[in-house]
Design a protein around this ligand. Sequence first.
Ligand SMILES: [Zn+2]
Ligand SMILES: [Zn+2]
Length: 267
Amino acid sequence: MSVRLADAHAHLDLPEMLPDQEAVVRRAREAGVALIINVGIGLKQSRQALNTARKFRGVYATIGVHPHGVGSLGDKDLEALTPLAADPKVVAVGEIGLDFYRRRSSEESQQRWFRRQLEWAYSLKKIVVVHTREATAATLKILREYRSRLQGGVMHCFGGSLKEAQAFLDLGMYLSFSGTLTYPKAEDLRQVAKRLPLNRLLVETDCPYLPPQPWRGKRNEPAYVTATAKQLADLHHLSLEETAHQTWLNTLTAFELDGKVGEEVVG
Ligand SMILES: [Zn+2]
Ligand SMILES: [Zn+2]
């Protein structure tokens, strides 16, 4: 059984990735990473994410505005992105959410635009990719308000407690683990990850950030998601192949790609 993996969260259009973007996608395929969700973070970047997704088989895009960027958002901006959602390569609204760690935008405006983008996702019938940092309680509160209108979603780069994990699972969200799962200091997170149901877990790189342990200090790229999948496999006492396969299926289900991404994406 060969390894086939999905990277549930990558930023292939950030300046760090652009110079060798084609080689990055090629190395991913060589490593068995046949599906990459290329995540938008702003108005311009969402268009770029889609353009890149159109260029490569097995690469899909999300559109949305990261909490860092909502300070300058205007009412017409989401409307301008709306036509992109009709493209079959656009699979979610994201990444959206709350970041009270860096606070590049005020808490008030982050919460307002998180709600606005959840409503926008609902109107587009898209799932959401959610970023939360030092804002779990507020993120849960807002997601619960939209519970009946959530199409589903992914908590990306999950780093919370077992209780928090359970709360997101109860909302129907998938939890995505990044390279942080492999860090020596992440023992608490590993204890959480081993107790979670594998059929609700994804793996991601969040590249160019957060390289798994073997590549700490370097630029991250989708091929390296293998190390995170291996860590998850060890925690669940499974083979890499089994864990890769389960997280692959979960990624297809989470992003409603069942039947759309088939064998043809490999190779
Ligand atoms: Zn993020
Ligand atoms: Zn991200």
